[in-house]
Every structure is written in structure tokens, then in C-alpha cells.
Design a protein around this ligand. Sequence first.
Ligand SMILES: Cc1cc2nc3c(=O)[nH]c(=O)nc-3n(C[C@H](O)[C@H](O)[C@H](O)COP(=O)(O)O)c2cc1C
Length: 370
Amino acid sequence: MEGITLYPLRNIHREIFGKGVDKYFTPFLTAVHTHHFKNREKKDILPNKNTAFENYGDEIVPQIMTGCAEDFLWAAAEIKKLGYNEVNLNLGCPAPTVVNRRKGAGLLTDTDYLEEMLEKIFEVVPGAGDYDGVNNNPYPYVSLKTRLGFSSPDEAERLMEIYAKFPIKELIIHARVREDYYSGVPRLDGFEKALKVYREMGGRAAVCYNGNIDSVEDYKRICDALGMSYGSDAFNRTEAMCSYVTSDVYDGMDALDNDEHINSFTAGKSFSSVMIGRGLLSNPALIRELRGGAPLSASELHLYLNRLYDAYSEYIQEDRNVIFKMLEHWAFLHVHFENCERQLKAVRKARSKGEYFAAVNNIFSSCEFV
Ligand SMILES: Cc1cc2nc3c(=O)[nH]c(=O)nc-3n(C[C@H](O)[C@H](O)[C@H](O)COP(=O)(O)O)c2cc1C
């Protein structure tokens, strides 16, 4: 999420909420013909800025926006030089300025061109599973983040046929089409069909579900709708499926029924992981909750906000601009304070550090936290 999902947020989220998130994806870096990153974009992926990550090369995935294979490969190689083992190609951004330049979701409209672009890329990048390859290759692994289509989920069939041809590291499917932008309910039927086609066509990548997981209830409902079994072992099972991609992060692997996992995986029923966007901005403890842990507490949220403020103060110069960043977070976080419109308004109106902290402290001392 461009603007607020930069390294200050990643570092503070990791420091406060620990290792629950397996991979953080950066906002996209634009790969242009002149082969230069914007300073702001490059800064976001510098290893010395991502201080909370010992193993940043595997835990952070820079995303690239481009409609050109050569530019993608240039950017991917630059990112690999910084120590990253995976990059992600954006095939989902719906913004007209992006789409009209045949980038992001714009690439979904010309599938022959997309196929050619991926052919050029996968001629040289290491295939998923080629564990030695990534060490000796100037390029990192490549994952894709796609939508189900541009106008209709029926387009997914051809897209999945294309994706299945390439040894991608992970296929993230945002269960919407471009014309949905971010609204409405995710197209779970479309996702299920797409996954089925992808597997039938021989696609073997780990598949990641994305779209509107804002609570544990959403997660359960989506698993149910997609025919994923869960019960008392719901969270182990989720971990099991995540472990397909990131086996070293989890404890308690012995308890997993691996055969069952592989069977449902190859039968095309399961996804391996979930990507969460807005849900994590609203509830930064959501991943912990999904894993059966404690819900977010008021003191934890207060600490998170204070630490974020400090991190943005190092990132941007003026207090006013730091406050604007914080207000972007408050646009998601206000849901924790019901019937507090007056106190929230004071936060939104704050333009100095003193006003901002007074307003925030007032919310935590006088509003009910939900
Ligand atoms: C403000 C904003 C910025 C986003 N920026 C990116 C981006 O840079 N790259 C990307 O792949 N998706 C981006 N997304 C999309 C999210 O990653 C995600 O696909 C989408 O919000 C749906 O998931 P959610 O319901 O969990 O939020 C952005 C979404 C929003 C709302």
C-alpha cells in the first residue's frame, strides 16, 4: 500500500508484533526505460533502512511495476544485488494512469503480450525450487500478483493457462477484476475456478489468496467458501499451508499431516497462504489473532502509534508531514474507538506535534477501545 507501507511501518510492525508475518511486500518500485529508481523508492529497500529484519532478503519482497521484460530484468538484478531473493511483478494495480500504459492490471488485457513478457523473464530468472540457482543467478525468484481479469473473471482461464507455464515462486491472486478496483465482495467462485484451472494446466506454484480478510471471521468464512477444511486444528492447518512456502518460520511442524496437505494441494483445492492489506492496517495484531493469539490491546495500539510517529519523524522532516502520515493510519485505526467522533476530530485537526499527542492521549484515556 503505497504511501504508508514503507520501511517505517514494516520495522515497527515487526518490532512490536514479532515474526507472525512471513513476507512483507513493498509498495511497487517503477522500472522505467532509463533504468533508474526514484530515490524514494530505492530508499525503501535499502538494507540499512529495514533494520528490524535480520533476514530481509527472504522476509521482504520488493514489488516491480513495469510493462517491459527488459526493464523488469534490470530492476530485478538491481534488487538482487541488494540481497533480495524474490521480487514480485505487479499485475493488479487498477489506476488508470498505470493501466493506460499497459502496466499493472493493464497487462491483463493483452494476454499474448503478457505471455511473451513472461517468456523473456523466465528464460533467465531462477525457477522456483531451484535452490542453488538463486544463489548463483544474478536474478532473484519471481512471484506474480494478479487479479482474476480486467473486466470479467472469465478471463482468468487464459491467464492461468499462461501462469502455469512458468516456474513462478508464488502466485498471489487478488480475487477481483480490475473494474472492481477495491470495492464489493471478493469473487470467491472466480478464485476457486482460477485455482482449479491453474492446477489442471500443471501450475505448481504456491497460491496465495488476497481480498478482504479483515478479521478471524472473514478468514474462516473465506476458507469455508473455498472448501478448505478447518476445525479445532484450523490454525495449525493454516500454518501448514503457509509452511509450503516458508517452512523455517514455524514451530510445531511435526504435528502436520503432510500427505493430506499435499493431496489437497495437488487436487487444486487449497491455497497456501493469504495476503492481507487493509485488514492489517486496521488491526496490526490480525496475524497473531489468525494464529490463535491474543487480540489487539489498547496499550499495544498506543505503543504502536507512538513508535510509528518516531519512525516517521526520522523518515520525513516536518511535524506536519509526519502527522499527515499518521492520519493515513488513523483512517484505518479509528474503528477501534466507537462513539468518539469528537475526540477523533481533534486528531484529524492536529497540525503540531503537541496538538497531535494531546488528542491521541485523550482518545486513549477517554474512549472505549473495541
Ligand atoms: C492505498 C492502496 C495502495 C496499494 N498499493 C499496492 C501496491 O503497491 N502493490 C500491490 O500489489 N497492491 C497494492 N494494493 C492492493 C493490496 O495489496 C491488496 O491487493 C488489496 O488492498 C486487497 O486486499 P485487502 O482486502 O486485504 O486490502 C494497494 C491497495 C491500497 C488500498
